[in-house]
Design a protein around this ligand. Structure first.
Ligand code: SF4
Length: 239
C-alpha cells in the first residue's frame, strides 16, 4: 500500500469547511499590525514603510516587520483571522485601522453595488491570476488554495489560463511598469461583469490601481490562503 493511501487513512478528511463552519486555523492566522489606541503621539519613523500615522495603521502598507509591536506593545498588536480586522476591504481607505473614514452605510452601498454587478457569478467563478512584479510569496499562498486543505473547487471557484473565461482578476505584485501593458490587456480581454482583487501589500500600495480598477483590496505580506478566499467570496457576493 502506498504511503499516500496510509496517510489518507491516518489523517481522514483534511479539507476545511470554512466559511460554512469556523476553522481555528483561519481564526488564528496573524495578519497586519493594528492600533490598540490613539497613534497621534507615535513617531511615524517607527514604521519603515510609513504605515503609521495619526489616523492609525494603514494595513495596505504593513509588511508585518513587527517593529511597532516590539517597541510599543501598548499601542500596537497583530490582527487575527481571515475576517475582521485583517480582512479584505472594498476601498483602499478601508484598510486604515482602527478608524476607517467610511461609515457602515458607505460599505453597505459598496457591497450592494458589487453584488449587483456580480450576481451572475454566484455558481461558478473563474479566476485569472496575474503576477505584476510579486516577490513570489503571494503565489505560494494562492497555490495552497488548490490543495486538499483549502480546495477552492468545493466553492465553485476555479483558475483559468484565459482572460476570455475569467470573471475575477487576481493581481499580485507592485504593478511594475513592464507589467502594466499585459495587465491591462488581460483586464480588457475579460468579459463583463468582472472584478479585480489586489492581493497583498505590494499590490495594494503599489501601482496596480493606476492600470486597472480595483474592487477589493486585500492587505498582508503575504495574506493567508483564508484571506484570499475571503477576498474572492466578497468579490463575488458570497460572503
Ligand atoms: S509591523 Fe512593521 S510595517 Fe507593519 S505597521 Fe508595524 S512597523 Fe509598520
Amino acid at each position: 500500500m502506498s504511503i499516500w493511501v496510509l496517510r489518507g487513512l491516518r489523517d481522514g478528511v483534511v479539507t476545511t469547511r470554512w466559511p460554512a463552519r469556523p476553522d481555528p486555523y483561519a481564526d488564528g492566522w496573524r495578519g497586519p499590525a493594528r492600533a490598540l489606541g490613539p497613534t497621534g503621539s507615535v513617531d511615524p519613523a517607527l514604521c519603515p514603510t510609513g504605515a503609521i500615522s495619526a489616523q492609525g495603521v494603514d494595513q495596505g502598507r504593513c509588511i508585518l516587520c513587527g517593529r511597532c509591536v516590539a517597541e510599543r506593545p501598548d499601542l500596537f498588536g497583530w490582527s487575527r483571522g481571515a475576517t475582521g480586522p485583517a480582512a479584505a476591504g472594498l476601498s483602499r481607505d478601508a484598510l486604515i485601522v482602527p478608524e476607517p473614514p467610511e461609515t457602515d452605510e458607505t460599505v453597505r452601498a459598496a457591497r450592494a453595488r458589487l453584488r449587483e454587478r456580480t450576481a451572475a457569478l454566484r455558481r461558478s467563478v473563474h479566476v485569472r491570476h496575474v503576477d505584476a512584479g510579486s516577490d513570489g510569496s503571494e503565489e505560494w499562498e494562492i497555490q495552497a488554495l488548490l490543495g486538499p486543505v483549502y480546495d477552492i473547487g468545493r466553492l465553485g471557484i476555479f483558475f483559468t489560463a484565459s482572460p476570455r473565461h475569467a470573471d475575477v482578476l487576481l493581481v499580485t505584485g507592485a504593478g511594475v511598469r513592464g507589467m502594466a501593458g499585459p495587465l491591462r490587456t488581460t483586464y480588457d480581454g475579460m468579459p463583463d461583469p468582472k472584478v479585480v482583487i489586489a492581493v497583498g501589500t505590494d499590490a495594494v500600495s503599489g501601482d496596480v490601481a493606476a492600470t486597472v480598477p480595483v474592487d477589493v483590496w486585500l492587505p498582508g505580506s503575504p495574506p493567508s490562503p483564508f484571506g484570499i478566499l475571503n477576498a474572492l467570496l466578497i468579490a463575488v457576493g458570497q460572503l
